[in-house]
Design a protein around this ligand. Structure first.
Ligand code: BGC
Length: 460
């Protein structure tokens, strides 16, 4: 039986979004492994730093690889490559006999994350119908948040399995002796295989095919994913936009693209400089200081993770109704209030109550329906197709470099200006972000990619 265009598009976008799950899983899994790996290989502080940051280095390289492959060989090939890299990473890390082996495995996984972070949201953006593009790209962000929570659960599961290896004679000698970390990495093989399978089943992006003159194949794919006449109209729009650009032969730094590039880079940097990753990863410590946890850091990680998932669902339902701009503005208002109040809790020493915990959860919730998904939605829709890959790669690179800067300087900032100072800095940057959105971000819901491109091309 032939499936309807609507069902097909849901399948295609969900399959690509699964890459987000691997992104989330890969970046979160490491938090549960560091202590055990350190013990097993007797790591120095420098080696530990190298082990933890090798994934991030892989991400940065992966963004470059994604840029080259998605343009030359297609978006689908880039996604396939990322699935293979995740698979290899899980296997290499699980069987690593030395720190070097582990670092090699982490680099492979990082490369996968870097590629996915460019190719998956871009592929979804190019496929999704205008009226549901926001929700479809938000699916990718939802998958990231689910991947993060899955990593926490699977780490906990591996840890408890390794405590009683007698019930697992086959894996006993392998997972026992404090080696649960091997299982934690190996789990990634399962979603990687699923991802490989799903991506093998989806078609290439029609926009890329048209750019490569493979117009018949593009039209055929468009017909299978659009209702009625919509496919021929969209086909014509893409073809004429592509023709105009072919003759202009412009670069990513040409005047017409400079302005959207500025917008995209600012969105990327602002997303990270609200402090999301510092809060996700240091949140449990903050909860502990607040004296509110009865159990392990894991429980608080899970609470934060689940709030992140739930409020991303809200973004999925609203990105194409309420719109990108209102989501950003409301979310930023909540982010600023929660950061300012959390800063006061630290400043006045009132860290032992529900107020601080409430602020952290409010912050995560507001991020989850605004900066989290909307950054990826906007970065992927504001550029013209001929330059999308290059421009999106530059913006995504800005995301990863910002992640690196925060990771390097957050602990230092905590010990110099203290938690209140850090929270207020994040609040001040988010306030600038609010002004930036008010002044420069235009609504793009419901518009075709070709018209969004025109919205930003003029520069005002
Ligand atoms: C960000 C990540 C962050 C995640 C949290 C993503 O959009 O790019 O840095 O860890 O959201 O949900």
């Amino acid at each position: 039986m032939k499936s309807s265009p609507h069902k097909k598009i849901i399948f295609i976008c969900t399959a690509a979004a699964l890459g987000g799950l691997l992104f989330g899983f890969d970046t979160a899994v490491i938090s549960g492994t560091v202590e055990a790996v350190k013990r097993q290989f007797g790591m120095s502080v420098a080696t530990e730093g190298w082990f933890v940051s090798s994934g991030l280095l892989g991400c940065i390289l992966g963004v470059v690889v994604a840029g080259l492959i998605s343009d030359a060989l297609g978006r689908k090939k880039a996604l396939l490559l990322s699935a293979v890299l995740f698979l290899l990473s899980g296997i290499v890390c699980a069987w690593a006999a030395s720190v070097n082996g582990l670092v090699a495995g982490r680099l492979l996984g990082g490369l996968g994350v870097g590629i996915v972070s460019v190719a998956a949201p871009m592929y979804i953006t190019e496929f999704a119908p205008s009226k549901s593009r926001g929700s479809m790209v938000a699916l990718y962000q939802l998958a990231i948040t689910i991947g993060i929570v899955m990593a926490y659960f699977s780490n906990a599961l591996m840890l408890s399995l390794s405590e009683d290896v007698s019930s697992f004679p086959l894996f006993g000698s392998w997972l026992g002796n404090g080696q649960a970390w091997r299982g934690m990495f190996l789990v990634m093989v399962v979603p990687s295989l699923l991802y490989l399978l799903f991506i093998a089943m989806v078609p290439e992006s029609p926009r890329w095919l048209i750019a490569k003159n493979r117009t018949d194949a593009a039209l055929k794919i468009l017909r299978s994913v659009r209702e009625g006449d919509a496919s021929s109209q969209e086909y014509q729009t893409i073809v004429s936009a592509t023709e105009t650009k072919k003759t202009s032969n412009r670069s990513v730094f040409s005047k017409a693209v400079r302005y959207p590039l500025f917008i995209g880079i600012m969105l990327a940097v602002f997303q990270q400089f609200c402090g999301i990753n510092a809060i996700i990863y240091y949140g449990p410590k903050i909860f502990e200081t607040a004296g509110l946890t009865t159990g392990s850091a894991l429980q608080t990680q899970i609470v934060i993770g689940v709030v992140n998932v739930l409020f991303t669902l809200f973004a999925i339902s609203q990105a194409d109704k309420f719109g990108r701009r209102p989501l950003l503005l409301t979310g930023l208002a909540g982010i600023i209030v929660s950061l300012v109040v959390a800063g006061f809790c630290f400043y006045t020493g009132q860290t032992g109550g529900w107020l601080l915990v409430g602020c952290i959860l409010l912050f995560v919730a507001c991020f989850a329906f605004s900066l989290g998904p909307v950054t990826w939605i906007l970065i992927n829709e504001i550029f013209p197709t001929d330059l999308r890959v290059k421009a999106v790669s530059i913006c995504t690179m800005a995301v990863w470099l910002s992640v690196w800067v925060i990771g390097q300087f957050f602990p230092l900032a905590l010990s110099t200006i203290g938690p209140s100072g850090v929270f207020w800095c994040f609040a001040a940057i988010s306030f600038l972000n609010l002004l930036f959105v008010l002044k420069l971000i235009k609504e793009t819901k419901g518009q075709s990619l070709e018209s969004v491109e025109m919205v930003y091309a003029g520069g005002h």
